[in-house]
Design a protein around this ligand. Structure first.
Ligand SMILES: [Zn+2]
Ligand SMILES: [Zn+2]
Length: 267
């Protein structure tokens, strides 16, 4: 059911040759039936302060390097490759990219819930505050949708995934009402931003746990609202394709019948 994967982290294993990494990922993706692969970097333009310890500030030159590598990489027959980024939505509501950066990329992925990046994304540690975490994610979701750069964003990464608090996912999401999920889904639909079904979100969940996952409630609402969906492996290494069936299960349980082939802001 998933034909594309635009969330493949090429910054994994920095010692390794870029072309080799792309080919390795592409071979693995091909085994899972993926025909469109998008390589991303965690992108934070050096002009913006506050990247903390999680980002290596970059500039547009980095994208030229990636594009050159993609030109050299031999992808399996019938597969096409793209270059994009997963940038950030920080605690000040900043997306640390310029329009010039955006023009160099085939597409842009923005997350709204890297709550593990304390001081960069949030001031607060939500470990013992599931309700606070829920409120934070409602607000940051809408913050991305209302951002001046929103019209350039292709995909919202792992919606409502409290990164780093995976064991509390369902508890946290239970504080978010259907009405609030609907408001968020409508905003994404209005902006033409696709919602990701991100397999890494559920990497430690069993099939039984997934059956009762709170994410099903969110994706069902989003499907009803006419949102677009896209798969993302969020792979930091080809072996992370092993989690793909978990995303398929969530999509199936949510009633998502198709993911996007042609998306907003993507060639
Ligand atoms: Zn992410
Ligand atoms: Zn990612």
């Amino acid at each position: 059911m998933f034909k594309t994967d635009y969330h493949v982290h090429i910054d994994w294993n920095p010692e390794k040759d870029l072309v080799e990494k792309m080919e390795e990922y592409a071979r693995e993706a091909d085994k899972w039936g993926i025909t469109g692969i998008g390589f991303v970097e965690h992108f934070w333009n050096r002009k913006f302060p506050g990247h903390g310890k999680w980002y290596i500030p970059a500039d547009v030159k980095r994208m030229t390097v990636l594009r050159a590598a993609l030109t050299k990489a031999k992808l399996p027959a019938g597969m096409h490759g793209l270059i994009g980024c997963e940038t950030e939505f920080d605690k000040n509501g900043t997306i640390p990219m310029t329009e010039e950066d955006i023009r160099q990329m085939d597409y842009v992925i923005v997350p709204h819930s890297h709550i593990n990046m304390i001081d960069v994304v949030t001031e607060q540690d939500f470990t013992y505050d599931p309700e606070g975490c829920a409120r934070y994610m409602e607000e940051s979701f809408m913050g991305v949708m209302k951002h001046p750069l929103a019209r350039y964003i292709t995909i919202l990464a792992h919606p409502f995934a409290p990164v780093g608090l995976d064991d509390q996912q369902d508890q946290i999401l239970s504080y978010i009402s259907d009405e609030s999920f609907r408001r968020c889904a409508r905003a994404a639909k209005k902006q033409g931003i696709a919602l990701e079904v991100n397999s890494l979100t559920w990497k430690d969940k069993t099939e039984e746990e997934l059956q009762s996952s709170q994410y099903i409630r969110f994706y069902r609402i989003a499907w009803k609202e006419g949102c677009s969906f896209v798969f993302g492996s969020d792979a930091h290494g080809p072996e992370q394709y092993q989690y793909l069936p978990k995303a398929m299960q969530i999509a199936r349980e949510s009633g998502i019948l198709r993911t996007e082939e042609s998306m907003h802001n993507i060639p």
